[in-house]
Every structure is written in C-alpha cells, then in structure tokens.
Design a protein around this ligand. Structure first.
Ligand SMILES: Cc1cc2nc3c(=O)[nH]c(=O)nc-3n(C[C@H](O)[C@H](O)[C@H](O)COP(=O)(O)O)c2cc1C
Length: 390
C-alpha cells in the first residue's frame, strides 16, 4: 500500500467512525423526515406532507376553492402585493405577541378558524384539534369537539360557530346552550347562505355525506349517495339570516357576537349599528363565492367603516408570520387560521396541529421584532405599502 493510499484509507475509516458516532448528526432519509413532525419547516411543507398522506378527495375538499378558484388564489396573491416597511432603532429586546380580545387575553393574535369536515382527515378530529388548542393555549372556534375537555374542567378558550338560526326561538335556545357550556363567543358565518359550487368536489364526485362517514376506502362496497356535491351546491344553510339575529341573541345571552365573512365596508358599518361585537373580514377561504375580493384587500376599508368601535379580525390565506404582521398592521386585531392547522392535522395529527401553531406564533414574534414592533399595537398602516392592482 502506498503512503497516499494508506492515508486515504485512514481518512475513510475516521469518517466512518464519525458518521456512526452518536455525536454526529445522522442524515435522515426522506421517509424518516416524513414521519417526523419536526421535519417540515413551514406551513407549505406541512401541506405537502398532508397532501401525500391524505385521500385525494379529502385533500381536495380542504385545499379547494369555489369554481375557478380566483378568490382562493387572490387570498394568497394579496399578501405578495403588500410590503412591510419596517421601523428600526426601537429596542426590540423584549417582544410580546399578546393581545386582548373581547375580554380574553390571548397569548398570540392567532385563532383557529371553524372548519367543518375534519373527520375526513381522521376520526374525532374536532376533539384532536381542540386538544391541540388547549395545549398551545390558542383560542379555537368550533361548534363541536370541546365537550370532553370542558367537562374535565380544562381552561379551553372557545368560541362556537353557526350560520344563524331560522327563527328567534331556536336562535335563543342555541345561544343559551353554548353560554351554559362556557362558550366565550358566538361566531356567525354570514357568507354561507347556501353550500357553494366547488369544481374539485364536483369532479371528484365528492359526497358531503363523507363528512360524517369518511371517504370510502378501496374495496368498500358501494354506498348509496347521501349528499352528492353537485346538487348540494344549492343546499340552504340559513338563507333568511339577517340583522335581527343579533338582536335576538343579544337579548338572551351575554356573549359577544362575531360576524364572520364581512367584505363590504357598508356591512362592516351595519355590523356596528346592529350591535355585533366584532367582525372577521373573510371570504371563507375562497370557498363560497368566486371572484370576490381578498380579505387583505378588503381589510382597510372595513376597519375604517367600523371607526375603531369594534375589533376587526381577518382570515384567508394566512400561511406565514409575515402574513399576520401585514394583517395586523392594516388594522386586524387578530387573524383566524383555516387550512394551516388542517395541514398540521393531516400530516401528523395533534402534534402536527401544535407544531403549526407554535411555528406560526414564533414567526409572528420574530416578525414583530424585525418590523420594529414590541407589541402588535406598534404595527401601523403606515408600515404597509401596497402595489396597485393596475
Ligand atoms: C375544510 C374547510 C372547512 C371550512 N368550514 C367552515 C365552516 O364550517 N364555517 C365557517 O365559517 N368557515 C369554514 N371554513 C372557512 C374558514 O373558517 C376560514 O374562513 C378560511 O379557511 C380561511 O382561509 P385559509 O384556509 O386560507 O386560512 C372552512 C374552511 C376549510 C378549509
């Protein structure tokens, strides 16, 4: 063996020893990465893992929007048209993400949005997401899945969600029931008069019955259709919903009412007039009416129309801490997360939801500091520039 070959051999042996040593970080195979909740480094990567793991019908149900998905895309595009103009020299050695909202102290301005159909991802998924909310101290909006946690006496911060009620008596009964259960607010979805026309669900022959039974597995015997997507697009939720609902409920219970789905500034002003306690500027994640304005674009006018009399929330397209910073700077008090926690759920169950929430909360905290804001209240509209649409 030549001197040169001996040295190369020794080097190879040393490299082998290092690689086997517990001190040396082992490279993960893609498969190991996939099984590791700490693998994905952002919400987009959680979506990718969820996409690979979920049944196609379930993935499309969650990811999809209505018709040509113009509104769905507009929600994300709006964030790339808004730019943060940060402030510096402001001592950001201490930063707090906390906000006060309708009598609650939230550790972060992040709220889990109401999302139906979680059981397409895994059984009892509403309970799983509620458990993640409890663990991460996050306010969750959900009509179901909280019962056990509340019965066990855990301090879950919880809002319910509904689409109103067709008559005064049932509105009052429903409101009293949730108030007795310890609910902290009623989120009324205003943009959901009918189920909508979602091409992906129509193409996949999706059946809304799967939201209860789960998606059929290969080899399952054929089931009779329960609620096929295409005809279900006209399914009425509460088309008669109107401003009286607020008066009915407020006369019966002492709970804040949050109207979710406001886009027009006149509706924002009417929400104040009729006694709503907050609004969320939202287009239902691009799932109801296509071609509507993105919530981030609608936010400044809605904030102005409320004149600071009620808190304005926002949801639609939030995937990054910097998205949250933009929404807060434009006047949102907090944001709701729809698909982001669902991607965590689809990828890794409860630990995935928790990781998405803590990851986003970390991004928000760092985003505040790097924008020169010690608290969300330090973010101002003057710190945002918007590239004109035309
Ligand atoms: C799978 C899914 C189900 C949803 N179900 C409801 C619902 O039952 N009620 C509601 O008000 N909004 C519902 N939404 C809309 C969300 O609350 C939220 O407005 C929207 O997802 C925000 O956009 P993002 O997903 O881009 O964060 C749903 C959204 C998704 C993705």
């Amino acid at each position: 063996m030549s001197k040169f070959t001996r040295r190369r051999h020794a080097l190879r042996q040393f490299a082998g020893f290092l690689a086997a040593s517990p001190l040396w970080p082992q490279a993960l195979t893609p498969q190991q990465m996939d099984d590791d909740v700490n693998g994905p480094i952002n919400v987009h990567e959680f979506e990718e893992v969820a996409r690979r793991k979920l049944n196609r019908l379930a993935y499309d149900f969650i990811a999809g929007g209505v018709e040509d998905e113009l509104a769905l895309r507009a929600n994300r595009e709006a964030f790339s048209r808004h730019f943060i103009v940060p402030r510096f020299m402001r001592d950001v050695s201490e930063v707090s993400t906390g906000v006060e909202l309708l009598g609650m102290k939230l550790a972060t301005p992040l709220i889990i949005a109401p999302t139906g159909g979680k059981n397409l991802v895994l059984p009892r998924a509403d309970e799983v997401v509620a458990a993640a909310a409890l663990k991460t101290n996050t306010l969750i909006c959900t009509p179901t899945g909280t019962q056990k946690i509340l019965e066990d006496g855990h301090p879950l911060m919880w809002w319910t969600n509904n689409v109103g009620a067709p008559d005064k008596a049932s509105a009052i009964t429903g409101a009293r029931r949730v108030a007795d259960q310890g609910c902290k607010g009623i989120v009324v979805t205003v943009d959901n008069a009918y189920q909508s026309n979602r091409d992906r669900n129509n193409r996949n022959r999706f059946d809304y019955g799967y939201m209860q039974t789960g998606v059929p597995k290969p080899g399952d015997p054929p089931r009779p259709p329960r609620n096929p997507a295409r005809p279900a697009m006209w399914q009425p939720h509460v088309p008669s919903l109107n401003w009286s609902y607020i008066e009915w409920v407020k006369g019966a219970v002492n709970l804040p009412i949050i109207l979710k789905g406001i886009l027009h500034p006149e509706d924002a002003a009417l929400a104040v007039k009729y006694g709503a306690d907050a609004i969320s500027v939202s287009n239902h994640g691009g799932r109801q009416m296509d071609g509507v304005i993105a919530p981030l674009d609608a936010l400044p006018d809605a904030v102005e129309a409320t004149g600071g009399r009620i808190p304005v929330l926002m949801d639609g397209g939030i995937r990054r801490g910097s998205d949250v910073i933009k929404a807060l700077a434009l006047g949102a008090k907090a944001v709701l997360l729809g698909r982001a926690p669902l991607w965590g759920l689809g990828a890794y169950g409860q630990p995935g939801v928790e990781r998405v929430l803590t990851m986003l909360s970390d991004e928000v905290k760092l985003g505040l500091a790097l924008s020169g804001a010690r608290t969300p209240a330090d973010l101002k509209p003057g710190m945002i520039r918007r590239r004109p649409l035309v």
